[in-house]
Design a protein around this ligand. Structure first.
Ligand code: ADE
Length: 254
């Protein structure tokens, strides 16, 4: 999988993504992440890539042409089927909110272009021409698209086979089945007076799995009840949850 990030701050993106798991995946050539400096495609002698907005208003806009030239240079080198354009994601608070399901969808692409805006935005005409997906990482406003692009590349990369050490771990965690992950414990068996739940020390695999599923359901009900609506729980699991919530309520009243 090849990520291409169009940005005015290539070092920021590469320093972040060159570290830890994504950095190792690049070294192993499981994926490539390249930052393209939009300023390299400036077309005036001052190397500027921004200008005042027509109609007035605060701030500067990124101009269409440098972004278009950076995109065209990239696209012409891509090995895509005749007539197929790459998916181009524009990071913006106006986009659809990024989810795990979107990460899974993007992970199917072989080439992905991420366009990072700055200043007060980008000339609308180039967005109309090249952007296929508008994505936000949440309802807050950041100074630029670099951090959101890094968030997306991280979430998508870990779905690429081989990137995580343990292939099963991407399957069984938060948001799979719309449930949050169960609590986990490591050595020592007792810390600050708190004991590891005895069932985890029992060596009884089936009971451990049953306990973990119960804990996932309970945790989701307490922390993210909005997710529970989509989780497919059996009647028995629902009844069990109802009892556990009742017990919790009783213990709080005591
Ligand atoms: N650019 C600025 N804020 C953003 C956000 N919340 N998501 C994506 N891109 C952004």
């Amino acid at each position: 999988m090849n990520f291409h990030i169009l940005t005015l701050f290539p070092e920021m993106v590469m320093d972040g993504l060159g570290t830890s798991i994504t950095g190792r995946a690049m070294e192993k050539e499981l994926l490539s992440i390249k930052a393209i400096n939009i300023r390299d495609y400036a077309f005036n002698k001052h190397n500027s890539v921004d200008d005042y907005p027509y109609g007035g208003g605060a701030g500067m806009l990124m101009q269409a042409e440098p972004i278009y030239q950076a995109y065209e240079a990239l696209r012409s080198k891509m090995d895509l089927p005749e007539g197929k354009k790459p998916r181009v994601i524009y990071l913006s608070p106006q986009g659809s909110t990024f989810t795990q399901a979107m990460a899974e969808d993007f992970a199917k692409e072989s080439e992905l272009v991420l366009l990072c805006g700055h200043y007060e935005g980008i000339d609308e005409r180039v967005l109309e021409e090249i952007v296929t997906d508008y994505v936000s990482i949440g309802d807050y406003v950041l100074t630029g698209g670099e951090l959101p692009a890094m968030v997306m590349v991280d979430a998508i990369s870990r779905l690429v086979p081989g990137v995580l050490h343990n292939d099963v771990s991407a399957e069984f965690e938060s948001f799979q089945d719309h449930l949050l992950e169960y609590p986990q414990y490591s050595r020592p068996e007792e810390w600050h007076g708190k004991k590891v739940p005895p069932i985890l020390l029992s060596g009884h695999h089936a009971n451990v799995e049953k306990w973990r599923r119960e804990q996932s359901i309970l945790r989701t009900a307490l922390r993210r009840p909005d997710l529970l609506e989509k989780a497919e729980l059996s009647d028995k699991e629902l009844e069990n949850l109802r009892k556990q919530l009742e017990n919790l309520q009783n213990s709080l009243q005591e």
